[in-house]
Design a protein around this ligand. Structure first.
Ligand code: 5GP
Ligand code: ZN
Length: 117
């Protein structure tokens, strides 16, 4: 499949893997929007969160738990030397999604404003 993040997951496009397990890999965003900006993706292709269902709850929960793990590793987790972080899942055109493979942004290292742009 002609999908950028599938190619990253398979290793055909190399990235610095800051975290990897059976289901998930994490790597730095190429255009960081914060001092810490990591992308977490499932190895399995989903076009977006909109293409998941409750049957995928296990994998989606795993993705969130992996994000918390990476936040600790990157020292942005509150109580682990950091001040907190934000997870973002842009979904579809209005959601600002540009890469059509489900991914979670982990942003930290600065204060995040609200509402988001
Ligand atoms: P989206 O806009 O879909 O929520 O997020 C896609 C993200 O992927 C963007 O933040 C963009 O900077 C990042 N990105 C796009 N192409 C690459 C790439 O080839 N390598 C890495 N590491 N990040 C990428
Ligand atoms: Zn994909």
């Amino acid at each position: 499949m002609d999908c950028l993040f599938c190619k990253i997951a398979s290793g055909s496009i190399p990235v610095k893997r800051v975290y990897e397990d059976e289901h998930v890999i994490a790597f730095p965003d190429i255009h960081p929007q914060a001092p810490t900006h990591i992308l977490l993706i499932p190895k399995r292709h989903f076009g977006s969160l909109a293409q998941t269902s409750v049957e995928d709850a296990g994998l989606l929960g795993h993705l969130l738990a992996a994000a918390a793990e990476v936040a600790r590793q990157q020292q942005v987790a509150p109580g682990d030397g950091g001040g907190g972080y934000r997870l973002v899942v842009n979904t579809g055109e209005d959601g600002g999604q540009t890469v059509e493979h489900l991914h979670v942004h982990l942003l930290g290292g600065r204060h995040m404003g609200w509402p988001p742009g």
